[in-house]
Ligand binder design. Sequence first.
Ligand code: GLY
Ligand code: MN
Ligand code: MN
Length: 474
Amino acid sequence: MALPESEFQRRRGALSAAVDRPIVLLAGGVRDRNLPGYGHPHRSSSDMLYVSGCGEPGAAALLIDGALELYLPVAPPGDALWHGPQTTLEARAQGCFVSEVRPIAELEGRLSGLLSSGGVATVASPDPAANERLAWWTHRALRFGVDPGDDDLVDALCALRRRKSASEIEAMRTAAALSADAHLLVAAAAKPGVSERSLAAMFEASLANAGATPGYGTILTRRGEILHCHDHSGRLALGDLLLVDGGGELGPAFGNAQGYGADLTRTWPIGGRFVGRQRAAYSAVLAAWQAAVDSARPGVRYRVVHDASASVIAEFLRAEGILTIAAEEAVGIGAHGLFFPHGVGHLLGLDVHDLEAFGDRGAYPPGEGRADIFGTRFLRLNLPLEPGFVVTIEPGFYAVPSILHDPTLRERFKGCVDWAKAEAWLGFGGIRIEDDVAIAESGIDVLSEGLPRSLAGVEAAMATRLDLAAALLR
Ligand code: GLY
Ligand code: MN
Ligand code: MN
C-alpha cells in the first residue's frame, strides 16, 4: 500500500498555488520519556506526513513552487553500534518523490536566505522543541492547537486534507480492515473473568502484527458510560457490556501512506448474548446509526446527520417513559443529550479527529460557532458534506451518573423528564456503535463494513473460537 507520486504532486502544487511563499514544516522529534535518549514512540506531525510522506523523527520539508526539499537528521559517528547503520539520505527519501534530500544541518542556512527575501509560511508541530527551533529560525512563536500558524497555509491545509482522494480512501479502508480484525480478536477473547488490560494488549498486538499502531489511546472498558475511559484495570463479569473504541493507523511498513487511521467502536455483551434491556438499548443505537447513515450524502450539513441520530435516541427515551415531550422538541432543546451527550461523529484522516489541531477552522463554516445546545455542543463538524469527506458515524446511549445527578440539568429539563425512570438506568454502562464512512458522489461508502454490528452479527462474533480468531495474527 503506497500513495502514487501524482498524489503528492497534486498536494504540493495546490499548496504552493494557495500560499505565495515557501512553506516549511517540521515533523517533530522523539520526545524524552524519563531519560535523555529514552523517548516516547515517534509520530510525525500530520501536516508533514501529508506533504512529504516521510515519517522520520526530526525531519523537515521545504516546499517551493510545488517542489519538495526533504531535510533529514544524520546520525553521529558511533551511533551504528547502538541503533544499527543508517542508510543513505537518498534511500531514506524513497517513496517521498522529492526534488532534493539534504542533511537537516543545512536547513537553517537555507531558511535564513529565504527569510531575507519574502519570508516563509509555516504551521506548528505537535513537538514543542520543534516549535522552539521554528521560532528561532523564522521569528514566529507558534503553539500547537492554540496558535497553529499562518492563516493562508492553515486554510489551504484544511481545504486539501478534508477532501480525501481515492487512494487516501483506500489507505483508510486498509486501516479499517486491520482494525476490524483487532476488534474481532477481542470479541472472541472477551469472556467473564478476563481482564480489560489483557484484551487491550491483545487489541494492540493485533494492530502491531498488521503493521499498524493505535491511532489514539485505546478505549476498552466495562464502564462504557465514561466516554473516553483509558483505564484498563477492570475485569469482565457475566452480563457486562464491554465497549471497545479502538483504531489502528498505518505504520512505516505502509511507506508514504503511513498515518492514515480508523476509529471504530463496538459494544460486546459479556456472556455472548445481549440480555434484558441491553437488547432494546442496543437496537435503539443501531437504529440511530442507520438514521445517520441514511441521511449522510453530499450537500447535507452534518448537523442534520447528528439530529437524525438524536431523534431516534429521543424516541427511545420517550418509549421508555424517560422523556415526557415529543422527540423533535427534545432534540431542539438538547434533552436527548441526557443519554447521548456527544456529537454523532467527526472528520477522520491522518488524525482521529482530523484537522482538530486547527480548532473548528477545518470543520465549521467561517464565523459559525458551536450550537448552544446540551450534547449538540460537542458536535465536531457542521460543514455541508462533500464527496471525499471521511467521517465517523458514532451514536451512543449512556447512563452517566454525573449527568443524571447534575442539578443544573435537572432544573433545565425539569418539565420533560421522569427522573425516577432515568435513574433506573444507572449502572447500565454505555453503548456506542462507530463506523468510518466516506462520502461519495452518489451516497456513502462504509469503510468498516467488515466488522459486524447487527445484534446477531455481534453475538456470532463473540461465539468465534479464539484459536480461529487468533489466526488473524498470522
Ligand atoms: N475515539 C474517539 C472518538 O470516537 O471520537
Ligand atoms: Mn470517533
Ligand atoms: Mn472512537
